[in-house]
Write a protein that binds this ligand. Structure first.
Ligand SMILES: Nc1ncnc2c1ncn2[C@@H]1O[C@H](COP(=O)(O)OP(=O)(O)O)[C@@H](O)[C@H]1O
Ligand SMILES: [Mg+2]
Length: 435
């Protein structure tokens, strides 16, 4: 094993970890790169299979030619043949033009067929032919075309089982599997888990300019014990969620548990995935893993959306100079339960909050901003100029005035102030207005 070359590859492709099994996989990829052999990469979902085909291509004689990564699982069965092998105009409804197909455009290059186990049988037959003879036929044509494409494939399904069940052609399997590379699951990688945690925490802190999260000793131990069914993808999503959603920067095992890191090694996760490091066991957990992956992605994207929304609101507020904007901010400041990572970042990392300054200008409608007339008319500017009011005092004033306008009707008041009735009740109580 050439340690130096492996380290260089890791640096170039952002691969983190020192686990021997990971090094071995990278080493095989480097060794096999200059050859023309087909490579089949095994590994559970989220273990980092996708980087290896690129490493292979970039270190092969084909490196100046095209590289395409195709996810066979995401192409609809009806169009997969035409995507891969091209079609003739008019050969089916919707075939408005000739299409060259990946095997045509990637001539002299490399194709990465991800989730190859998902290919329909008819496509498998076409694939076998092109691998054995270099020949293929476009959909709707009879002319035989030639191409020279190297295939690197990846799978997280149990290929032996798929063959037994008649879902995957055995001859194609042997053709693809000339060189197998196994990517180890995260739970086997020991200290790499911590290294990856730190890397993702650092990446996120850079991206959002927040303080990176760090682990307590018990949290570190828990991460080492956990089974990681979604592997590195799951770890990355977890770190993203915690960094964005949690207000804590020191992450304890209790916080991790609240984010779904279970401590029960004999629990559901452990049982379902026990022994999953061997490729032949991958199929059982396939759909389960997919579901988990989807959930993790969903959670992560919700987190991102919340963050984006908050940022949008804040950037709009920054453009507003008025009572309306201030009272919005006030709501956030008075609702610690609503605190967001962005607020957190603002308070802890970027700068101290601006001192609240009230001046007349704040209460004049700006050219391009419209305020609800009543809230502007009813504010006693002189009183405010005399004694700059705190956020709280201004809010109290707004509530009193709004209550007056609505003859004490709390529902209407809450609606007018755009706060929930619950918040209004709480504030009325806090401000001693409920007499
Ligand atoms: N060793 C690693 N170091 C850094 N990031 C990694 C590592 N392995 C995987 N990742 C990241 O984890 C995510 C999932 O990897 P991916 O290659 O898509 O998994 P797979 O194809 O095996 O399901 C990607 O964002 C990838 O960049
Ligand atoms: Mg993948």
């Amino acid at each position: 094993m050439n340690e130096k070359v492996i380290q260089q590859i890791k640096q170039r492709y952002g691969i983190v970890g020192n686990y021997e099994g990971l090094n071995r996989s990278i080493d095989i990829a480097i060794q096999v790169a200059p050859t023309e052999l087909s490579v089949l990469i095994y590994g559970e979902s989220g273990v980092g299979k996708e980087v290896l085909p690129k490493v292979i291509h970039d270190n092969s004689v084909r490196k100046h030619n095209k590289y395409f990564a195709i996810n066979c699982g995401s192409l609809p069965e009806g169009t997969i043949d035409s995507e891969l092998f091209g079609h003739k105009k008019g050969s089916f409804t919707g075939a408005l033009d000739d299409r060259e197909g990946y095997f045509g455009v990637a001539n002299n290059g490399t194709l990465f067929l991800d989730e190859v186990g998902e290919l329909p049988l008819a496509t498998q037959a076409r694939l076998l032919r092109v691998l054995e003879t270099g020949e293929y036929i476009r959909v709707g044509e009879s002319e035989v075309r030639k191409t020279n494409v190297r295939i690197v494939a990846a799978t997280n399904v149990n290929m032996q089982k798929a063959i037994r069940e008649g879902k995957f052609r055995e001859d194609l399997y042997y053709r693809l599997n000339t060189i197998p590379i196994n990517m180890p699951p995260l739970r086997e990688r020991g200290r790499d888990i911590e290294l990856l945690f730190r890397k993702f925490a650092y990446d996120i802190s850079e991206k959002y300019r927040i303080e990176p999260v760090r682990l307590t000793e018990d949290a570190r131990q828990l991460l080492l014990r956990y089974k990681w069914p979604g592997n590195i993808r799951q770890l990355r999503n977890l770190v993203e969620q915690i960094s964005i959603i949690s207000q804590e920067r020191e992450i304890t095992s209790d916080i991790l548990k609240a984010y779904g890191v279970s401590d029960d090694s004999s629990g559901e996760t452990g049982l379902v995935l026990h022994g999953m490091n061997r490729p032949e066991h991958a199929a059982e957990a396939h759909s389960y893993e997919k579901e988990r992956d989807m959930l993790f992605q969903l959670l992560s994207s919700i987190g991102k959306e919340v963050k984006d929304l908050k940022e949008l609101v804040h950037s709009n507020l920054d453009n507003l100079h008025g009572a309306q904007a201030d009272s919005f901010r006030m709501f956030e400041e008075e609702r610690p339960d609503m605190a967001t990572p962005i607020q957190y970042a603002r308070q802890t990392v970027m700068q101290p909050p601006h001192p609240y300054v009230v001046n007349e200008q704040h209460f004049q409608p700006q050219n391009n901003v419209t305020y609800p007339q009543e809230s502007i008319q009813d504010v006693d500017i002189e009183a405010i100029e005399e004694t700059p009011m705190s956020n709280k005092a201004l809010m109290k004033k707004n509530i009193i005035e709004s209550l007056k306008r609505n003859n004490g009707n709390r529902k209407k008041t809450a609606k007018e102030l755009e706060i929930s009735e619950r918040t209004l009740y709480r504030k009325i109580k806090d401000y001693g207005l409920d007499i």
